[in-house]
Write a protein that binds this ligand. Structure first.
Ligand SMILES: Nc1ncnc2c1ncn2[C@@H]1O[C@H](COP(=O)(O)OP(=O)(O)OP(=O)(O)O)[C@@H](O)[C@H]1O
Ligand SMILES: [Mg+2]
Length: 319
């Protein structure tokens, strides 16, 4: 809403508009309705997937409202992400599943405040954080561990960035490394660890940055199939203990079903959400859930949705 419109909503008189009235002391019924409508109206008229409760509340931990992004280069402008709107509840585990190049990482970079959006806004816990950093813990697509730092000093990078003294940060990190089964690797360098351990270290670094919303961009993407299954259970166990709101990206349909409360399926580029699939499987989830009938039903829905989009992305040479 523009400032003049806000003024009008407050009942302020605009000079040069003789027909406009000052707001009466007590709004009339239509006036009150107008104010209520203006308060309720979302800033962008893009229907949001997810919760439909208006206003900030635990039902609306993350509100992505009409977010889009285009990139302009020598060969013109490409739309990486079309206007996207979702509402995520506090403590929900939400996954984005979509073909390569459909704008998943772009969306996360915008939510984390690392990349400006072309349109739209991001609210976390009722606060507009569009373009601001520091409101989420973010594990980027690559583990980005610094090869010259030992694991202990790699995982405290986020704490250092927010000014925690190094010794206090290290003590906190040792506790978490211990809890997550990596204490014996605290003093080695990343290149001395296996892929699974590196991913765990990167995850611990993300967890050490104390925020309620966690963005995980293909955190298990580099792992072999067996390690990946074990890490999925490990991740669920931690999420159950911590109950953070998780936004997760994967290409793996089974991983999406096993972990999530909700899966957003995205189209080939330009990315947009084409399906919002609730995963009502009981929790806690263990490996045997992967053979249940309900699991297969959800899996087939996702497979059907994603297959066509992946073929489109492939044919367009995005991969
Ligand atoms: N900084 C940038 N400049 C120009 N184009 C970009 C930039 N970042 C991303 N893109 C383009 O935007 C599109 C979406 O990229 P993005 O990395 O978000 O895809 P993705 O869905 O995360 O893909 P993947 O599954 O392969 O990680 C791609 O076509 C990509 O080339
Ligand atoms: Mg990506």
């Amino acid at each position: 809403m523009s400032e003049p419109d806000r003024g009008a909503a407050r009942g302020e008189h605009r000079p040069g508009e003789p027909g406009r009235l000052q707001a009466p002391e007590r709004p009339t019924q239509p006036g009150r309705r107008l104010l209520d409508n203006l308060r309720r109206r979302p800033p962008q008229q893009v229907p949001a997937f997810g919760s439909d409760h208006p206003g900030p509340s635990p039902e609306r931990a993350v509100v992505i409202d009409g977010v889009s992004r285009s990139f302009t280069g020598p060969s013109g402008t490409i739309v990486a992400l079309e206007k996207t709107s979702i509402v995520t509840k506090s403590g929900e585990f939400v996954t984005f599943l979509g073909p390569s190049g459909c704008g998943k990482s772009t969306l996360f970079n915008i939510v984390a405040g690392l990349l400006p959006a072309s349109t739209g806004s991001v609210c976390i816990d009722g606060r507009d954080v569009t373009g601001l950093t520091g409101h989420v813990s973010y594990m980027l697509q690559r583990d980005l561990l610094l090869p010259w730092r030992k694991v202990i000093d790699n995982v405290i990078v986020g704490l250092e960035a927010i000014g925690r003294p190094k010794n206090a940060a290290r003590a906190q990190a040792r506790e978490l490394l211990d809890r997550f089964g990596l204490s014996q690797f605290a003093d080695v360098y990343p290149q001395q660890m296996s892929g699974g351990m590196r991913q765990r270290a990167a995850f611990i670094r993300t967890m050490l940055f104390p925020r309620d919303v966690l963005l995980l961009d293909e955190p298990l993407g580099a792992l072999d199939a067996q390690t990946r299954l074990i890490m999925q259970e490990w991740l669920l166990q931690i999420w159950t203990e911590e109950r953070k709101t998780v936004l997760f990206i994967t290409h793996d349909i089974d991983e999406a079903v096993f972990l999530s409360d909700r899966v957003y399926v995205m189209s080939a580029r330009p990315g947009r959400i084409i399906n919002d699939v609730r995963v009502d499987l009981p929790r806690p989830r263990t490996a045997d859930i992967r053979t249940s009938e309900e699991y297969f039903e959800i899996r087939s829905t996702l497979l059907r949705d994603i297959h066509g989009e992946s073929v489109k992305a492939f044919n367009e040479g995005v991969r």
